[in-house]
Design a binder for this molecule. Structure first.
Ligand SMILES: Cc1cc2nc3c(=O)[nH]c(=O)nc-3n(C[C@H](O)[C@H](O)[C@H](O)COP(=O)(O)OP(=O)(O)OC[C@H]3O[C@@H](n4cnc5c(N)ncnc54)[C@H](O)[C@@H]3O)c2cc1C
Length: 410
């Protein structure tokens, strides 16, 4: 049995959400604020996203620079960052986490825990892509790590599966590594339209974009030799390549949350949380992509900073809220966050995603058949891979003893 160490706030994950939470908490005098990061350096995904697109519109930054600024802010405020340390599980009694790091196993008891473990892309196996199991198959995260952190050689010809922002980031990384990008392949028939098309044309002119197409088989023994692609009309073709990158299709990194028995939301598959980032487990908060894979880094950082406010209230003795009223979505909407309504924890707004463009650009909020709110989403054109926002002004009309709130498009 390892000795138990005590801290005031334990933050798990040193990405934008965790670092922003730690900076705010340490600056506000929350006591000993400790951040655990399993990687050798803090920074989360931006650390290995060498492209620009982080920071703000007026002050765009590369991922590594953004990660450095957040890290410095947390350290300057007085938070302790412990890298190479993985939070493994929970021990009995309050928020107590077991960890392992360079110094061996440890048990840390905290007055509050902020889970900020981010999200991961579903790998080939989880996407049930048939075929052989050759080398040369990766996700964007694995690709960026290999190229930007370890300078590894990737391959000579690559196919990118997906056609959203992260897919174009993967194509950029491949090109930077000297790999020819043979094609972007997506099942989405609309990837030729709107922002994605403009972006592809501007940044990756010359890379064929195959829409309404599915990668049905990986070929090759030892090393990948090609991917079989089926078009909507049933035609198939083999694209010769030695690398395939599966992009997008993110899921929250929720293993620790599951092990802690936190209630997960059926839409996001992250912990259910209210507008002050309380989870179902007293003393445990959640923020960032763990709650909604994947939003821009500044959203994650903002949530971390806002969660810090609620953590301070908790440390000052505020009672933990009851589970509250669940907020669910109907198809084609896929998820909404925050997804619990509790008294006194109204967020500025909710974030939503849709699976396909809804027939009518109107959002309805109902509880037990009662219309609470009706509005147009922002932005008005609701597309998959684009964040929608919904005001939270209807919260005070929710019956705390009623059934779930449902958000739908009709
Ligand atoms: C390829 C790619 C490109 C992107 N490009 C942009 C862009 O251009 N602009 C933009 O604004 N956003 C971009 N994003 C999104 C942005 O990176 C994320 O929104 C942001 O990183 C989320 O922050 P986070 O803190 O929630 O999670 P993360 O950044 O994922 O950080 C989570 C951290 O938790 C650690 N961790 C997880 N489990 C444990 C554990 N058990 N113990 C200890 N540590 C743990 C992880 O190692 C990780 O460092 C991109 C994302 C991807 C994947």
């Amino acid at each position: 049995m390892t000795a138990v160490r005590h801290v005031d706030v334990l933050v798990v994950g040193a990405g934008p959400a965790g670092l922003a939470a730690a900076a705010r908490l340490a600056a506000a005098g929350a006591g000993r604020v400790e951040v655990l990061e399993r990687e050798p350096e803090p920074g989360g995904v931006p650390r290995h996203s060498a492209h620009g697109g982080f920071g703000t519109l007026t002050r765009p930054l590369t991922g590594p620079r953004y990660a450095r600024l957040l890290t410095e802010a947390a350290e300057r405020a007085g938070a302790t960052l412990r890298t190479g340390v993985t939070a493994l599980d929970w021990a009995r009694g309050g928020p107590v986490v077991t960890t392992v790091g360079p110094g061996g196993p440890e048990t840390v008891r905290a007055r509050a825990v902020v889970l900020a473990t981010g999200a991961r892309e579903r790998p080939r196996a989880a996407r049930l892509v048939p075929g052989t199991r050759p080398a040369g198959v990766c996700t964007t995260g694995e690709l960026q790590r290999a190229v930007h952190l370890f300078g590894q050689h990737i391959g000579t010809r690559a196919v990118v599966v997906g056609a959203e922002d992260v897919s174009y980031a993967a194509a950029g990384t491949l090109r930077a590594a000297g790999t020819e990008v043979v094609a972007l392949v997506t099942e989405d028939p609309r990837a030729h339209t709107g922002r994605a098309r403009a972006q592809a044309a501007r940044l990756y002119h010359g890379i064929p974009l195959l829409t309404s197409a599915t990668v049905t088989e990986l070929l090759g023994h030892g090393r990948l030799s090609g991917v079989r692609v089926r078009h909507r009309d049933g035609r198939t073709a083999v694209l010769p390549c030695d690398t395939v990158v599966f992009t997008g299709d993110f899921v929250p990194d929720h293993e620790l949350a599951r092990r802690g028995g936190l209630v997960l939301d059926p839409g996001t598959r992250g912990p259910a949380a209210d507008g002050a980032w309380h989870t179902s487990r007293p003393g445990v908060f959640a923020a960032g992509d763990l709650l909604h894979a994947v939003e821009p880094a500044r959203t994650a950082a903002l949530e971390g900073a806002r969660a810090a406010r609620a953590v301070l209230d908790h440390l000052a003795g505020a009672p933990w809220p009851d589970p509250g009223v669940p907020v669910l979505v109907s198809a084609p909407l896929r998820w909404i966050t925050p997804n619990r309504v509790t008294p006194g924890a109204r967020p500025d707004h909710h974030l939503l995603r849709t699976g396909t463009p809804p027939p009518r650009p109107v959002l309805y909020v109902h509880q037990d058949g009662r219309l609470l709110h009706r509005t147009r989403p922002v932005p008005r054109v609701a597309l998959p891979h684009r964040t929608l926002t919904l005001t939270a002004r209807w919260h005070d009309r929710v019956d705390p003893g009623g059934g779930p709130v449902r958000v739908s498009t009709g």
